[in-house]
Write a protein that binds this ligand. Sequence first.
Ligand SMILES: *Cc1c(COP(=O)(O)O)cnc(C)c1O
Length: 352
Amino acid sequence: MNVIDKLCAPHLLNVEPYQSARRLGGTGEIWLNANELPFAHDSYQIESSDFHRYPEFQSPALLASYSQYCGLAVDNILCTRGADEGIELMVRAFCRPGLDEIVITPPTYGMYQVSAQMHGVSVRQAARTLEFDLDVDAIHSLVPVKVVFVCSPNNPTGNVCGEVVIRDLMAMLGGQAMVVIDEAYVEFCPEHSLSSLIGEYENLVVVRTLSKAFGLAGLRCGFVLANPEVIRLLSKIIAPYPVPGPVEQIARQVLNQTGLARMRERVNDINAIRDQFVQELGGIAGVEHVLVSFGNFVMVSFADEEATLHKLSEAGIVTRKPYTQGLIEHGIRITIGTPEEMQAVLRALRGQ
Ligand SMILES: *Cc1c(COP(=O)(O)O)cnc(C)c1O
């Protein structure tokens, strides 16, 4: 064993880093693999005269903007480096390495598991039902666990978790575990947000991001919404200057009235492009099943997904074959891009 392997924290020896779309890469001009928005941004105003100072721990102006937007008070909000940091903070704040466990509900987003492994925390799985809904009894049967991660709309299946189901889960768990609802895509279906339940359940937490509907994946800015005790706890363990000054300034600009109006316009556009795309997929040979999606992506299963991936990549289209967790076989997750990009996908699928 070399020196580094001998000295490194043993639980990290066999941990695989998160296989992000960026790391996996691919070749082609049309990037439909990371659920990014296809629209480029206008320029933003940056005031740099304070850049010789450290930024604020949490900018009151930014918290006030997000509070206005999400309808919760500023002491219910923590600004993070993307939703991924919120996920990681929940693992670190509630789980002891080697002792505590989290629950994930596959097929689902991969970072919950990676965050847990990085921290030496075991992962239990409560598979979703055949319709990809939560199996509340299966989750409950895994107690004692510390944190349950629920993604809604769920990446990669696109379905949402209803309020009744979450209330069921919260009732069953009582105060036995934290429940984190990952609302990375909720702007595409704001009527399905569960953030208003935070006032009713001490142990309910919601994570959000500017990476998806706001189109700012490059910014690395997200939010944790929770009761003030949870926010205070996470504030103890987050880095001292988590939000860089330029990030704070740009985030405030996209959260002002004009920015929000633009976001909502783009969401309407993407949802319309998605619905049209799904309709056209119906008539294509080899398409077996298209899951109803509330996000800016669709899960499509194909008779021969390897051949389909080949066709797409020949056409310069980069997509993502989801971590084949349980129920998704032969599936490809396709991000909704511009109308032209979706036409290119359809042409490639038709073999034109
Ligand atoms: C993209 C994504 C995230 C990551 O968001 P960042 O703010 O970019 O870290 C978190 N959760 C889900 C479900 C996602 O799809």
